[in-house]
Ligand binder design. Structure first.
Ligand SMILES: [Zn+2]
Ligand SMILES: [Zn+2]
Length: 280
């Protein structure tokens, strides 16, 4: 069965997110570990997590995806900013230990003029320091980026070289965002197979652990990163039909980050599930 969900608000806790996910036909979900601006996280409510785990098992939620605040920058010029990223990620991973077997997605960072090579080295250093702290039960995912400004991770090569420098590589995978890669210049509309071959050649498809399903408000290679509702942007419905049915992708967990409230997400999940039942 298609493993699909969307981004949900974590304000009311894990059990509430689980209930919300099930109510819209989802069997997984994504959430921000804290306010996206990166402020302090709420104290973890263990009873709430336990209630969620029992409910999730009953409802077939196998794993969830935590998303780090997108303002963290492990390759900032400023050492305090880099340390803040490391400390926040460490704190997030400590909390994720209560939900073992899940993934933790983050934006690699922006090199702010220091050059991609320096950015890559700083991100890998941060990951190495985090991974030597504990034997985490969470897989860290580098997200593919649109290549906006000085973002690192807009090219598969950059993600591959971050991973390359990490000692405990088995703990680091990739989350492919369909809007970002298309905006970044990978033509998943005209040549999905070609892009997947390229991903496999540069990074290795076995390291792809999750997919963010987003249409794009902007044309191919615009390097913009503005998400659109499924089927209403430059990717189009047929692209998503090919993605959710693709033999190399169909068993991955899919997460919608489209501009929607719950009813809109429910409709997109229904549409995508229908496409899997009815591939053409
Ligand atoms: Zn993201
Ligand atoms: Zn994304």
């Amino acid at each position: 069965m298609l493993e699909i969900g969307c981004h949900l608000s974590a304000a009311k806790g894990f059990y509430h997110m689980g209930k919300e996910a099930v109510s819209i036909g989802a069997n997984t979900f994504q959430f921000f570990t804290r306010n996206p601006r990166g402020s302090r996280a709420k104290a973890l409510d263990e009873a709430d997590v336990d209630r969620f785990l029992a409910y999730g098992q009953e409802q077939g939620i196998k794993r969830i995806l935590a998303h780090a605040p997108y303002t963290l920058n492990p390759c900032s010029k400023d050492e305090h900013t880099r340390e803040f990223a490391l400390e926040t990620m460490e704190d997030d991973l400590r909390r994720m230990e209560y939900v073992p077997g899940s993934c933790y997605n983050f934006h690699p960072g922006s090199h702010v003029g220091q050059g991609a090579e320096t950015g890559i080295r700083m991100i890998a250093d941060t990951l190495n320091r985090i991974l030597e702290l504990e034997d985490w039960h969470t897989t860290l995912l580098l997200e593919t980026m649109a290549g906006k400004g000085t973002e690192v991770g807009g090219r598969f090569e950059e993600l591959a070289s971050i991973r390359e420098r990490v000692e405990r590589k088995e703990k680091v995978g990739i989350c492919l965002d369909t809007c970002h890669v298309y905006d970044g210049g990978y033509d998943i509309v005209g040549d999905l197979d070609g892009v997947l071959r390229e991903f496999d050649r540069v990074i290795g498809l076995s390291h792809l652990k999750a997919v963010h399903l987003n249409d794009s408000k902007n044309p191919f290679a615009s390097h913009k990163d503005r998400h659109e509702k499924i089927g209403e942007g430059s990717l189009g419905l047929e692209t998503f039909r090919r993605i959710v049915n693709h033999p190399l992708l169909k068993d991955l967990p899919f997460y919608l980050e489209t501009p929607n409230e719950l009813p809109g997400y429910a409709a997109e999940i229904r549409t995508l599930r229908q496409m899997v039942r009815d591939p053409d």
